[in-house]
Design a protein around this ligand. Structure first.
Ligand SMILES: [Zn+2]
Length: 363
């Protein structure tokens, strides 16, 4: 049983290594390919065995939200409580695979950049693995996320300016210091870890899911879920994938506009309360677009006040305190019902991707 790195843009294949982020022929981004078929029991991973570094990630609860379903006119609505992961966001499945692979390869120090949640998650797994992490984040990131990164012992590099400035600073630091760059946005190991999300839904008590509505920034959950369902189909465990619907903030909407054929450029980006999806130039944009369109899904952008209203509503009516980024998906779901992309009798699942405890409430 072997796995390879495979270029997304050319036929080049190369040996697995966690430190290679781009194709050596054409500089394209990579994915992981396997020479053995998937099974229905568990997703394939690039690891030789079980994850060497784990904090008990995965297996998050799936909950029926009857009040929200009633309010929206849906027969049934499921939420997958991703904020109940070890570091309070969905990122931990990806971190477990990425850091385990790095541990197996003898990496002791690395660089990462993040809007906050992934940096906090990778810092925790680095601590568990005894590695030193350098985490570049926007200085404007939520204090709870910055605190997490620091208490885990990572070196926090807070960078003034938009999210992209943190990526640029991380890349310069990598070039200067010669350290491995374990970018969760570029690494194929990270989204590979996310495939378990699909396996968990299929194994849950939720009925067969017709639609998954999710907030999308860099798209690791979207790409991981799509690849997970593709493996489940190949393994004969399910007959089709749900339709994936991407939700972004109107203030930062490179993916929804690409899907809907609307002009948008990174220069159009504005600040948003949905900081977890404030990614103006996602490197895997093409993969995100095809994950949505291949599934028959769609994309919507939502306004700031709609997101904040849903954050308040989920807390007050369901007892769920999520970060604003997660609430954006519910604002998106409301639009998808209004525009007919989702019907009242359809089975819908929304991942609640991050905890509200990490960020201060907006006024
Ligand atoms: Zn290539």
């Amino acid at each position: 049983m072997t796995a390879f790195l495979e270029c997304l843009d050319c036929p080049k294949r190369s040996e697995l290594t966690v430190t290679q982020l781009r194709c050596r022929s054409c500089d394209g981004l990579l994915q992981i390919a396997y020479d053995h078929p998937p099974t229905a029991a568990a997703p394939r991973t690039p690891l030789a065995g079980d994850a060497a570094v784990t904090l008990g990630e995965g297996r998050t609860p799936v909950l029926s939200l009857s009040k929200t379903a009633n309010r929206l006119g849906l027969d049934q609505l499921f939420a997958k409580l991703e904020f109940m992961a070890p570091t309070g966001s969905f990122k931990d499945r990806g971190s477990a695979v990425l850091i385990s692979a790095a541990h197996d390869e003898g990496v002791t120090e690395f660089v990462e950049d993040s809007s906050g949640n992934a940096g906090a998650s990778l810092s925790a797994y680095a601590a568990a693995a005894g590695m030193k992490a350098h985490v570049f984040v926007p200085a404007s990131a939520a204090k709870g996320k910055l605190d997490q990164i620091q208490i885990f012992g990572a070196e926090l590099h807070a960078v003034e300016g938009p999210r992209q400035a943190a990526t640029d600073a991380a890349e310069s630091f990598v070039a200067e210091q010669g350290l491995p760059y374990l970018s969760h946005n570029l690494s194929p190991y990270f989204s590979e870890g996310m495939k378990a999300f699909a396996y968990e839904i299929v194994a849950s008590d939720a009925a067969e899911i017709d639609h998954i509505v999710l907030p999308v920034g860099n798209g690791s959950l979207l790409i991981g879920a799509k690849n997970g369902y593709d493996e489940l189909i190949e393994a004969g465990a399910v007959s089709s994938t749900p339709r994936f619907h991407a939700v972004q903030a109107e203030n930062v909407q490179p993916i929804t506009t690409a899907i809907n054929g609307v002009e948008w450029s990174a220069a159009d980006a504005r600040p948003t309360v949905a900081s977890g999806i404030a990614v103006s130039a996602p490197p895997r944009l093409k993969q995100c677009v095809s994950a949505v369109t291949d599934s028959g899904g769609s994309a919507v952008s939502v306004e700031e006040d709609e997101t904040l209203e849903w954050q308040r509503r989920l807390a007050a009516e369901e007892g769920i305190f999520c970060e604003a980024t997660s609430a954006a998906a519910f604002a998106g779901l409301e639009k998808l019902l209004a525009n007919g992309a989702i019907k009242a009798s359809d089975n819908v699942l929304v991942p609640i991707t991050g905890s509200g405890l990490k960020e201060p409430l907006s006024a």
